[in-house]
Every structure is written in C-alpha cells, then in structure tokens.
Design a protein around this ligand. Structure first.
Ligand code: SAM
Length: 285
C-alpha cells in the first residue's frame, strides 16, 4: 500500500482542468496554480497561451505534450519535477487524462513517487479518476452502493465482470465494510481511495483490494471516492508455474499465510485455488 498526502509532498504534478467552452469558468485556484508554475506542459501551446493571456498570465516555459509524443514528453516533465520545478499539465479543454493526453504521464509520475493532484473541478469522481493512475479510457460510475449488506453484495455481483474501471462514492461510516465486500466479490484487484480531494488533507491511497480491506479505519477521515480496476480475463496459459511459485514465495516471505497467498494469487490470475495448491505441492515434493 502506498499513501500520497498530496500537499505534504514537494514533488507534485498538478493536472489543471480548463473550461470546456466558456473561458469564464476558469477558477481562481487554477489561475493561482498556473501563475505559480515554472513550466506549463499542455496540449497545444497556442491554446494554452490564449487562455493564460485572458487572465494576464504571461509565461514562456511551455512543453507541448500530445497523444503522439506523450511518453517521451512525460519523461522530460518528470525530470523537471524531480529537479524541483513547479510543473502543471493542462489540456486544451476539460480534464487531462480523460479522452485527452495525461494517462501515461500520471502513471509515470506515480511510479516515480511524484504525487498527482487534479485542479479543480466540482465533481469528485473525475478529479479522483484523472489522478488515480487507473485506466481512464473506459469507466463506469456507480455512485453509492446500497447500505444493506445483502443488497450491496448483489449489486457487486452484477458489477464483477465489468471490464472497465469502476468508481464508487462512499461515506465514512461504511468504508471498511464496503472495501471488504468489494474484495469478497471482486477478488484481488488494484484499487485507489481518493480522499478529501482539493482540501488540505487530500490523499490518494494506492493498493490492492486485499491490502486495503485491512486499512486502519481511523486514518480514513472525510469524503472518499473508491476506484477499482475492471475485471481482467487473464488466460491461465499466460502465467507460468514458476511465476506462481515465485509470487507465492514473495508473499510467504512477507509473513502472509499460505492460505491467504494462494487465495491472493487465485484472485489475481483468476485461477482455481486447487490448481495453485497442485502447483505449490508439485514443487515442494
Ligand atoms: N455532486 C458531488 C460530485 O459531483 O462529486 C457528489 C455528492 S455525493 C452526495 C457526496 C460523495 O461524493 C461523498 O460521499 C464522496 O464519496 C464524494 N465526494 C464529494 N466531495 C469529495 C471530496 N472532496 N473528496 C473525495 N470524495 C468526495
């Protein structure tokens, strides 16, 4: 599990959402963050300059990052952030990473221990998703699950084979029960908890459903969005016995019980637990 307290970390990329039509919808926080930036990474520098000049911001340090050169430019942007520069990324209109460049950049930042924070739309789900590092190409917003557990489990059963990122809203009172139910029905998947977005305690918690089901509830205050990886149909043939053994050994070395390690791998690769026991026993004998 990894917890990014966004405003306690110096290394941060701001994803600045821009108006989708009416430029007067640009908000003060976004303007302040742009004013404070050393480098403005954006899709089209002409579009960005036009928007900035409307707010009397005159910057020269632009990096253009579009879909066709995103990977190469993302590495450059990361180097600037690591060297201590304030860097933002803005798309021509709307949110970065939502049918626009940004997904690769976000993932690379998170892999390089750089926090990512979305500024600053009024909708929690898009803020959470765009900075989550999970697949933004296709997603399903489910909102709140039912509060009665039997109904919630039924809803989750209906969602479990959906191959798209799934986004839930949840209240502080049910958060742990909901994560446990998600784990029980969906099995082990990547998950992100996006908490207290745009507030001083903004935090992104990255982990698997297996890890997050045991998170200390007392550390989860405030409002939260849950983002869960979609169903992946991984063919058994893609995973060698050696890989399974090596991963099981890793978990055993981290003091996970054999039973849990087998369940974890079974969930992760959608393989029957009996088959995994067979592989483990074959090697052990
Ligand atoms: N209309 C709002 C929107 O567009 O996001 C959602 C309102 S809904 C009644 C409240 C839920 O939204 C919360 O329980 C939480 O799941 C999510 N939420 C709202 N503000 C949030 C924030 N700052 N950080 C994380 N989640 C938030």
């Amino acid at each position: 599990m990894k917890r990014n307290k966004n405003f306690e970390n110096n290394l941060i990329l701001y994803l600045v959402a821009t108006p989708i039509g009416n430029l007067n919808e640009m908000n003060q926080r976004a303007i302040d963050i742009i004013k404070n930036a050393d480098i403005i990474a954006c899709e089209d520098t002409r579009v960005a300059s036009k928007l900035l000049s409307l707010f009397n911001i005159h910057k020269k340090n632009f990096i253009s990052m579009e879909l066709h050169n995103e990977k190469e430019r993302a590495y450059q942007i990361i180097e600037h952030i690591k060297s201590g520069k304030n860097v933002i990324y803005m798309s021509d209109a709307g949110y970065p990473a939502i049918s626009d460049p940004g997904q690769i950049l976000v993932k690379l930042c998170l892999d390089n221990d750089i926090c990512v924070s979305s500024v600053s739309g009024p909708c929690a789900l898009i803020n959470a998703l765009s900075s989550s590092g999970l697949d933004t190409n296709h997603f399903l917003f489910y909102g709140f699950l039912k509060s009665k557990q039997s109904s919630r489990l039924k809803e989750l059963e209906e969602l479990k084979n959906i191959p798209y990122t799934i986004i839930f809203y949840e209240s502080i009172h049910r958060i742990l029960k909901t994560i446990n139910d998600i784990y029980d029905v969906f099995g082990n998947r990547d998950m992100v908890i996006a908490r207290e977005l745009t507030k001083i305690n903004e935090e992104y918690i990255f982990g698997s459903t297996y890890e997050l089901k045991d998170i200390d509830e007392t550390t989860l205050k405030g409002e939260m969005v849950l983002i869960v990886e979609g169903f992946k149909n991984i063919e058994k043939e893609e995973i060698s016995d050696e890989k399974i053994i090596s991963e099981i050994n890793d978990y055993l070395n981290k003091n996970m019980s054999k039973k849990d390690a087998v369940k974890y791998i079974a969930d992760k690769y959608k393989i029957n637990k009996k088959e995994i026991y067979k592989i483990v026993n074959k090697i052990n004998n």
